[in-house]
Design a protein. Structure first.
Length: 439
């Protein structure tokens, strides 16, 4: 395995032995194998361990294991602690996404502080296969089907040329200690479900399915480069910059063979998500003046051009859920489902909301709060101003600004992750239950 990785690093110019590398070490088999490989290969390593405080005493035990391992191997170690669940709540993202963001934010700080040139993480070939399937299930563009990249910025992945079984063999051959994360066997996490249930089932159909998916991923990575080259050519034709704004020619855009795809690629750097881009595309033949917003930019549909400029005003950004889809991932992760009242078994969980389907009108709308907002809290009959609800529940300024509201028409039906509106509750007349889960 060592020769394979050596060749992979040289071929793709991932690392040099003349400079320091930051190595993410959780204590699991993959990261221990990576640290051992880099150390025995002569790289100048600084180990970095994150204690996310997600698994109680097990998290502390992992930290102690990594400390003892680095002491034994004479490798300097940095450790950081995160209250991940709280930060995920504040950022309104999943716990997995919060852990990922926190990890890489800190790694980059270490990179600068220690004048290192690379951040090494232990993703391997099977991780890339699982990522492709995960993105495919969630819905993705061509970028999401090219798997995990071997190098992105300062982050490098030397193990992408080997699979999980090869790493396990390396661990065994070198008699390396490691810890096991108990959550890796829990199928409540989608990635684990793919690894433990879906992939074994696919292997019954095709024993070489992992290799087949990897080949597809590699092919799509090449296609992606061709795709991006063509997008950049069209960008030069369709769009132009003028002082403080960008103009996209509507006539030139619609002359392209796939104008909606091109429009998405042109608007994505300005923070417009796919749903908003679809709405903008639908407006191309409408009367001028329609306006759309991202978090930092405003787009106005003029007679001949789409005009994009920095948004200097505070505007309520809205995201529409046009129909009953199974899930959305922008601006937050939500799953949507309809349950027959006879199968309805409610759970007491702030991340889950239930509504009478007949009372809810599409399109639904996700937006931030305004000072004039009010709702009828679940279990109550009277109105309550949202500002008073925030005060009563000790929301700080950051929490207020990061809160999303789900609206049916102009009515707030759910303070997402907090409390639903009593007017839309399930009752004895309900036939179908509309269930939403914040992921």
């Amino acid at each position: 395995m060592q020769n394979i990785i050596d060749h992979f690093i040289i071929k793709n110019q991932l690392l040099t032995k003349s400079s320091k590398v930051i190595v993410g070490v959780s204590g699991g088999a993959d990261s221990v194998a990576l640290l051992h490989y880099l150390r025995t290969s002569g790289y100048d390593c600084l180990a970095a361990h994150c204690n996310f405080h997600l698994r109680g005493e097990e998290s502390n035990s992992d930290e102690q294991f990594v400390k003892e391992l680095c002491t034994k191997w004479d490798i300097p170690l940095e450790v950081i602690y995160f209250e991940t669940e709280q930060i995920a709540l504040e950022r309104h993202i999943s716990i997995e996404m919060a852990a990922r963001e926190l990890r890489y934010e800190w790694f980059n700080q270490l990179l600068s502080a220690h004048q290192a040139t690379a951040i090494c993480v232990a993703h391997h070939r099977d991780d890339s296969v699982e990522t492709l399937l995960l993105n495919l299930i969630r819905g993705t563009g061509i970028r999401g089907l090219s798997g995990i990249s071997q190098k992105k910025g300062n982050v490098v992945r030397p193990f992408l040329c080997v699979n999980r079984s090869e790493i396990e063999a390396y661990i065994s051959e070198n008699n390396l200690p490691f810890v096991t994360d108990g959550t890796n066997a829990e199928t409540i996490y989608l990635r684990n479900k793919l690894r433990l249930e879906l992939l074994p089932w696919l292997e019954e159909i095709n024993p070489s399915v992992r290799e087949a998916i990897e080949r597809t991923s590699n092919n799509l990575r090449c296609v992606e480069q061709i795709y991006l080259t063509e997008i950049n050519k069209q960008r030069a034709i369709v769009a132009k910059n003028e002082k403080d704004k960008t103009l996209i020619s509507i006539q030139k855009l619609i002359a392209f063979s796939e104008p909606s795809t091109l429009l998405f690629e042109l608007l994505q750097p300005f923070g417009f998500n796919r749903n908003v881009c679809e709405n903008i595309f639908d407006s191309l033949h409408s009367i001028p003046g329609k306006t759309f917003y991202s978090s930092q930019y405003i787009l106005v549909k003029d007679r001949n051009d789409l005009i994009i400029k920095k948004n200097e005003e505070e505007v309520s950004v809205e995201f529409l859920i046009q129909s009953l889809v199974s899930s959305i991932f922008d601006p937050i992760n939500l799953s949507l489902d309809v349950v027959d009242i006879n199968d309805f078994e409610p759970l007491k969980d702030k991340t889950i909301a239930y509504f009478d389907l007949e009372k809810v009108k599409f399109p639904l709308k996700l937006r931030r709060w305004k000072k004039s907002d009010w709702f009828v809290p679940f279990g109550m009959n009277g109105k309550k101003k949202l500002s008073n609800y925030f005060t009563d529940n000790k929301f700080n300024i950051h929490q207020k600004d990061e809160t999303w509201l789900l609206c049916s028409g102009e009515d707030i039906i759910w303070i997402v992750g907090e409390r639903s509106d009593n007017r839309f509750r399930v009752n004895e007349l309900t036939k179908k239950v509309f269930k939403l889960v914040q992921l």
